[in-house]
Design a protein. Sequence first.
Length: 487
Amino acid sequence: MTYDPGLIGGPATAPLGYATTFILQNANPLNPPTPGLITDTCGLFNAFTQAGLASGGGIHRSNPGPGTNLFFFQAGSGRDADQGPSAPAEPTLFPLPGGLSGFGLVNGLDTCPFTPNHGSPLAPAGSPFNGDGLESPGDGIDAACDPNPNSFDGSDVDLDGYLNRGDNCPLVANGAGFGAGTNNQSDVSEVGGPPAPGEVGQQPVDGGLASDAIGDSCDFNLAVPDGHFHTALLADPVCVGLADSDGDGWCDLSEGGLGSNPASATSTPEALAVPGSCSDGADNDGDGNTDLNDGAGGPAAPTGCQLPLHDIAIKKVNRSPAPFGDTLCADGSSVAGYVILLQNNGPVTQETVELGVMLDSVPSTIGAPGKSAGFVSAVSKGTITASGPINIDGDTDVEWLTKISVTGVKAGSTTPVHVTVTFTACAAGPDANAVDYTVTTDACHIGDIAPLGLFGAGACAGASDGGQDRNTGNDAPVSRSVNDVSR
């Protein structure tokens, strides 16, 4: 929809020109949707924002000064509950034309959001590539969860007024007049619905979308945004007014100062000063080191992705004595205490450490809907900066991630951090043979740039903190099993 100048925002906005609005789907989770003709939209979204003042004679745009200027583009995805580190790639049954095999389908496009699909609704060919099995015509519900995979059950199986491909619960009636109250395609539980223990409607700790596009009527994990998501920040350099010998957008002067080769278009800066270059999984400057393994060049050449003079490690994770408790499964209670020993081996007298604690139920497999990993209920030292449930590995159980800021970690000594964890009750009793949960811990330094991984962006990530310690052998995370009999 295109509006005349000034129609939106009043006369003061008229000099800005025509305003245009595109509405592809209802993005307000608190406003009940209605059936429409658009049923599928691309799971990735892109955002480009401009801001400026043009009224009253103000300058709206001006040319940048000499040097390298960066223009940023951010892309993100919706959540995908059935694909992640512990789930297979989907579609899994048919190799799809068009290069679609092995790519997940975000929940909003997926008629089987908790089960890896056989096909893809985006396939440029019909059955069986689109997942409808032997149906002709297809009903749009993938055979992986279709109760009658070889029979056409209608384009609206649950008869709630929403076609299968446009229904966030295609097998459970949740259109107008269905469900509890006015539960018309409702997906508000993650935002304002029943919270998990210790969680009151806060933003997911991985920074992704709060809603997961799975309707409340068929969502196994009502208070949790199910599924992994991906985001990327892309920088586009433009050299203005100075020499750019290789034509890569980076001025020669900038490349020389940031450690890349100004004579090679395949060598661009990889440094903390360039947002995204230390977490994109690429060896941008061609020196043989990628991201956080790309070391700084020292005071004379402060380039690279490492922060110097750090050496933090987790020495051990032990069961904690009273008063932090270890009453797991005793008399029906389910509280465990852990002491995480942080060690500063570096020359810096005192460090501030970001400690990540992730709780995960075991085995982490599809088919355990609603299973919760418990939550961190108390910390003896440091401040909890973020905590909450999340489905970060793509299966249907629920993990819990807590980030803790610990100050005063002194060099040459060990700093104990006591953590109290509350779990769901264990039916088998204490020290049962089956391991119910794992506690995984990792430590990195405040201000480190870590790639998106196990603990999310901006915290300890992946299998290590990225090699930023002087001794990279200290980077590995430490795990502990809740019912581990070897204490």
